[in-house]
Design a protein around this ligand. Sequence first.
Ligand code: SAH
Length: 348
Amino acid sequence: MSDLKSRIARLIAAEGPISIAQYMTLALHDSAGGYYATRDPFGAHGDFITAPEVSQMFGELIGLWMVQCWRDSGSPSPARLVELGPGRGTLMADALRAARAVPEFLDAIEIVLVEASPFLRDVQREKLPATIRWTDRFDLSLTDRPLFLFANEFFDALPIRQYVKTQRGWCERMVTEKNGELAFALAPVASLGLDVDKAEVGAVYETSPASIALVEEISRTIAAQGGAALIVDYGHDGGFGDTLQAVAQHKYASILDAPGEADLSAHVDFAALAAGAKRSAATAFGPVGQGVFLKALGLDARARQLIRNNPHETKSIEAAVDRLTVQMGTLFKALAIVPDGAAKPVGF
Ligand code: SAH
């Protein structure tokens, strides 16, 4: 048994069952055995491939989208460009390359990467300009300027809690241990609130308190200072269902068997994020499907241009367009957050 798994089992034996949120945090971020803390999970030889790793076009279009939002908000200077969970740094590198066409933008922004993993910070450092600053969470140092923020496949990694409607009412799904093995268990809880309480027996309700708190902080900053946020992820627009998943080597894996060895994530509840933005005096647009969004930003024209310059790569560029807009086109969605009263951003 891995060291992390036996440590989690001992923690539960000593203190009682832990929430799925606490389990996700340990499995993903434990400094000695956590999934993100110890490896580079991306690419064909890793566990999964994300949109910026599929094609440079993804980051380029998002970079230009950000520049447009910056212009639409009056080209503020100084401003700040922030990415949450930059992975290998590919999206930010592609976005900055596209933004070179607008040097005033690059002159105006401080660039900050929010990254918990010391391992991935080193990977990012190799690819990005030396002037970039890192933080391990969205903290107060990011709230005092107009904020232009993007996050791809970040919110799915934030911890969720799961509730199951049973004959005896709502229970929280917890992680417990038996003889050193980890297992799910249900613990009764009080009511979850009017809308949700009507659910039928068997329904699973997920919340991500960490995601809500974060989207509210981002939205408050955008409402007070100006700016825009773009959140892209796989997810849904509210409702019920068990979406917690473990992925290793491009296949679904067990959630509890080997903490730290597989990626753990859940589908993002975009309706909950949009509601958080609204509570914070900001306006959310979307979610719209990633396919529709990228096409509105000019993906096809960019692909044709790349093909003209690299005709021998026609097949792989066409395959990337298909992957981004068809295979990932509807499950993946984009949500924009802007100050109340600001114009609707392109793509929404
Ligand atoms: N955006 C990248 C990587 C997505 S994977 C891409 O599209 O390829 C998730 C990223 O978020 C990783 O870089 C991971 O280390 C980081 N991360 C996950 N949870 C985090 C947290 N709570 N705080 C800061 N970074 C986190």
